[in-house]
Design a protein around this ligand. Structure first.
Ligand code: AMP
Length: 307
């Protein structure tokens, strides 16, 4: 099944306690497209880049069969640039610089050929732009969106409008608490789901993720990655792995949603092993499915024999 991905395509400057890079490919749509491309084809990317966007990055995306008809090249400026610094607690990062550049004028125009997409990933962009994407597609079957504190605080009304139109929201625990204005995570989940999405995933960084579907809750473990090098893109890789799996299987049962959450966790665990998207360039099917099985073993809870 084809998948439509809309979000940022960027260059990132990243500093972690383990190293530094001044400029590496990044952006939410980049990570979502790369990770989902391991499961489903075609992945149709809608975004904008500037005159400095390198040919080798275009080639990388193309090599993963990511369709770039929807990638606008705006020669009037440079590609969106973000830089951040992580400390030893890799869950927290300081944003050092955000240069919107051509992204400031981003107007997501969905090419005709993408309009019948069944699966749609709305990366973390302004909620009104996310809505604009949905206004252009004919009959979306399953829409997943990401957001962040910046939009929860800055454009709450537009965010709530968009939430009414999506099937699954993927956010982290602090965002869920802030959006619901409720400290208890279970109560917050209920409040967020009353805003529109029928399913919700709350990511808890290195502590796994919770999936809420109707009245069911699934708790996914976190993979104990020994060599966390750079957490940038982990959230987007989670979303890409998860939605890529759902698009590949075309099965939205709660059983398969659980598999999808683990597939998302698998792709996020690979993402953090190297800088930027480096580790996502040449994964093998065997590596992906082996890690999926490791996740299963990690949380297998033995039953009692005597009861
Ligand atoms: P994640 O680590 O999954 O939250 O995603 C990191 C990616 O988000 C980086 O590659 C950045 O280029 C991108 N990013 C950072 N700030 C923004 C922003 N304000 N809007 C869109 N994308 C952003």
């Amino acid at each position: 099944m084809s998948l439509l991905v809309v979000g940022s395509v960027a260059y990132d400057g990243i500093e972690t306690p383990f190293g530094k890079t001044d400029r590496i490919l990044g952006g939410s749509a980049t990570y979502i497209s790369l990770t989902s491309s391991y499961f489903t084809k075609p992945v149709n990317l809608v975004g904008v880049v500037g005159k400095d966007f390198a040919d080798e990055d275009i080639e990388l995306l193309k090599s993963k069969d990511i369709d770039l008809q929807g990638l606008q090249i705006d020669n009037s400026g440079n590609t969106f640039f973000w830089s951040g610094k992580y400390h030893y607690d890799l869950n927290n990062r300081d944003t050092l610089d955000t240069q919107l550049n051509v992204f400031e004028r981003f107007d997501p125009v969905i090419p005709e050929a993408y309009k019948d997409a069944k699966f749609i990933a709305l990366g973390n962009i302004e909620p009104s732009l996310q809505s604009k994407v949905l206004d252009q597609v004919s009959n979306p079957g399953f829409v997943v969106m990401d957001t962040m504190n910046f939009w929860i605080e800055g454009t709450p009304d537009a965010l709530k409008e968009t939430l009414k139109k999506v099937d699954l929201l993927v956010i982290n625990d602090s965002e869920a608490r802030e959006l619901a204005n409720e400290p208890n995570l279970l109560k917050a989940a209920e409040i967020v789901m009353s805003m529109g999405p029928t399913s919700l995933i709350i990511k808890k960084g290195e502590h796994g993720a919770l999936l809420f579907t109707g009245s069911e809750i699934f708790s996914a473990p976190a993979y104990p990655v020994i060599d966390i090098f750079d957490p940038t893109g982990a959230g987007d890789s989670f979303l890409g792995g998860m939605l890529g799996w759902l698009a590949y299987t075309d099965d939205l049962s709660s059983h398969n949603m659980r598999r999808a959450v683990i597939m998302g966790s698998v792709m996020a665990s690979f993402c953090v092993e190297k800088f930027g998207p480096e580790r996502l360039k040449d994964l093998t099917e065997k590596e992906i499915y082996d890690r999926y099985r490791e996740f299963r073993e990690l949380s297998e809870i033995p039953d009692f024999d005597e009861f």
